[in-house]
Design a protein. Structure first.
Length: 305
């Protein structure tokens, strides 16, 4: 299975781990958006994080939106996941091509930039969505999410996200989120840090054929890691539709719709998440304009004497 998520407990329940393999999902995004290698690595990391966080959603209608706005050439990146584990994403500049970093690896941090913000929006069916915002730490994405969990959710966490790209596409992609429970000891944290450091890159472990269970054992050093949830599948799938696109178009107002009708005679729209194109005909535009309520007008009331 190329897209897979599993959840574990280690250290007798004092540490939780979510591991994800997202190779097919990230490669699908690469194909849809025609991404360069560094854009594939950057958006792939964000999509993987969305997959990991989405595995905690309870209802199909719930969703999480992750947004990174950095000062790098890649521009704004967005990933969205719903409770049905359908994931989609978009990137401002999919064609970024920059030199490798000093270690000969894709320079995601340079592409994203280290000046900007990470936004997390959780729509869980409540009156208002939860919104968490933290400044970017490095633009490497995993470090930025580790900061988010520490500052916004008050959870000591370690995050790893990796995408290995070759000439044929995505060779391996995945990540993990390790979270310390309130009863975790200082010794537990020290052991985790040591084992995570020695384990190396998540993309390499996946490329070497390690299973998610083996990775969980390796990064914790706990041979008695317990699986608490498995067979969680995720896929890249956009939920756009003609109805949704027309509804979005109608929100721009009568004036703008009339301008489109007069200048082009039709409207053409492209979904940013899947690049699917939609066309609204002249007749449909006319009906849309006709059915829209009159725009608000300023009404002046006479002064009372």
């Amino acid at each position: 299975m190329k897209n897979e998520i599993k959840k574990f407990l280690a250290y007798n329940g004092r540490v939780s781990i979510t591991c994800a393999m997202t190779t097919e999902l990230v490669d699908e995004a690469r194909k849809i958006h025609d991404l360069t290698p560094v854009s594939t690595a950057a958006l792939g990391r964000l999509l993987t994080m969305a997959t990991i966080m989405g595995s905690d959603l309870k209802d199909e209608e719930d969703n999480i939106t992750l947004q990174i706005k950095g000062n790098g050439p890649i521009g704004t990146m967005v990933a969205v996941v719903n409770g049905d584990m359908k994931v989609k994403g978009t990137v401002g500049n999919p064609y970024v091509d920059i030199p490798l970093n000093e270690f000969g690896k894709l320079d995601v941090g340079m592409a994203v930039g280290n000046d900007g913000f990470l936004n997390v929006i959780k729509d869980l069916g409540l009156k208002k969505p939860y919104i968490g915002i933290v400044p970017l730490s490095s633009g490497e994405i995993a470090e930025d999410f580790a900061r988010y969990f520490t500052e916004s959710e008050q959870t000591k966490s370690a995050v790893a996200l990796g995408v290995l790209v070759n000439k044929d596409g995505v060779k391996s992609a995945g990540g993990y989120l390790v979270s310390a429970m309130p009863d975790a000891t200082d010794e537990d944290i020290t052991n985790l840090e040591k084992n995570i450091f020695e384990a190396g890159a998540i993309s390499r472990m996946l490329d070497e054929g390690l299973s998610l269970y083996e990775i969980a054992r390796k990064i914790t050093g706990d041979k008695d890691v317990k699986i608490i949830q498995e067979n969680i599948d995720a896929k890249y799938e956009c939920d756009c539709s003609e109805e949704k696109m027309k509804k979005a178009l109608s929100t721009i107002g009568k004036k703008q719709l009339k301008e489109i009708l007069e200048e082009d005679g039709k409207a053409e729209m492209t979904c940013h998440f899947c690049n699917k194109k939609y066309t609204v005909s002249k007749e449909e535009l006319e009906n849309m304009i006709k059915n829209l309520k009159e725009e608000n007008k300023i009404i002046e009331f006479p002064n009372k004497k």
